[in-house]
Design a protein around this ligand. Structure first.
Ligand SMILES: *[C@@H]1O[C@H](CO)[C@@H](O)[C@H](O)[C@H]1NC(C)=O
Ligand SMILES: *[C@@H]1O[C@H](CO)[C@@H](O)[C@H](O)[C@H]1NC(C)=O
Ligand SMILES: *[C@@H]1O[C@H](CO)[C@@H](O)[C@H](O)[C@H]1NC(C)=O
Length: 272
């Protein structure tokens, strides 16, 4: 808690008879930052004004300035007295309103020119002011997807240039990654390959609200699983046949010996 706030909450109540001498009002924009807006859609920024009951808002101003660059000229979008709950700015597509302690700015049909650092400034009756800020950027499609391989660590890393909120997913031979193939990192852009040797096609797909883009890394072709499997099955069948044959032979021999023994015994009994 900084000194100003300390004064606000601990000292000011004792000085209620001298209102306006301490500036306690604060304003902050509630949107999660940076705000990304799809071109053509609606931008809505909401700010909350924190103030003590004896403080009165006089004017609210929403403005925008370029996020970077030397010529950071500020453009006022709307300046409204707190007494009018709805008011439109200079432009017909800009609207501002104030409901209790929340003020919103709405811009219809967002375009790249509307990107920048937005600020909301609240002025009280004594002319003191406080400002809240927030960065607004265009929501951009996924660009330039590529894959790099780190041989020493058996990892594939997927890169994406500047798309907004990219989400990564991996495929091996157009199928989802299984434990036999590897493991995907939590953020999704790295694939730790466990299969040896590394073979086949690895595809990284990157997507966001505006669509998908992908890149493929091609390793040496995989040994055809089918041929290996067939060979294994043939070997197994041969082994079973050989074992079966040997067993059958042994049983047959034992049976014959037993029969001969019995016959001899019978023969002996008859002669006695
Ligand atoms: C202000 O605008 C809101 C919608 O943004 C509307 O519901 C409300 O009736 C308007 N109030 C006045 C006084 O025009
Ligand atoms: C806000 O107050 C500062 C001084 O504290 C002043 O320099 C600035 O011009 C004021 N801004 C507005 C918009 O009134
Ligand atoms: C491979 O990955 C390891 C661990 O992330 C890293 O230290 C190393 O520099 C990487 N090698 C190359 C060639 O990028």
């Amino acid at each position: 808690m900084d000194l100003q706030c300390f004064l606000c909450w601990k000292v000011v109540p004792l000085l209620l008879l001298l209102p306006g001498r301490f500036w306690c009002m604060k304003v902050h924009i509630l949107n999660e930052q940076p705000v990304h807006v799809l071109p053509g859609s609606k931008l809505v920024l909401t700010a909350r004004i924190e103030k003590d009951p004896w403080e009165e808002v006089s004017t609210i101003t929403w403005a925008r300035e370029p996020e970077t660059g030397q010529d950071r000229a500020k453009v006022t979008l709307a300046t409204c007295p707190a007494k009018t709950p709805n008011c439109s700015g200079g432009r017909p597509d800009v609207q501002m309103n104030l409901k209790q302690q929340e003020t919103t700015l709405q811009i219809n049909g967002y375009s790249i020119a509307d990107s920048g650092e937005y600020s909301v400034t609240v002025i009280d009756h004594s002319g003191a002011n406080t400002t809240g800020r927030c960065i607004v950027r265009e929501y951009e499609a996924v660009h330039h997807v590529s894959i790099s391989i780190n041989m020493s660590h058996s990892t594939l890393v997927c890169h994406e240039a500047w798309g907004t909120e990219p989400s990564f997913s991996w495929l091996h031979e157009r199928a989802a990654i299984t434990q036999q193939v590897g493991r995907v990192s939590k953020d999704g852009n790295t694939l730790f390959v466990t299969m040896t040797p590394i073979c086949g096609h690895f595809t990284c797909m990157v997507g966001n609200k505006l669509g998908y883009s992908s890149a493929t890394y091609t390793a040496a072709p995989c040994e055809s699983g089918g041929r290996g499997m067939t060979a294994a099955v043939v070997c197994l069948v041969l082994l079973v046949l050989v074992c079966g044959g040997v067993l059958a032979f042994l049983l047959w021999r034992r049976h014959r010996q037993n029969n001969r023994g019995e016959r001899l015994y019978e023969h002996a009994g008859n002669t006695i």
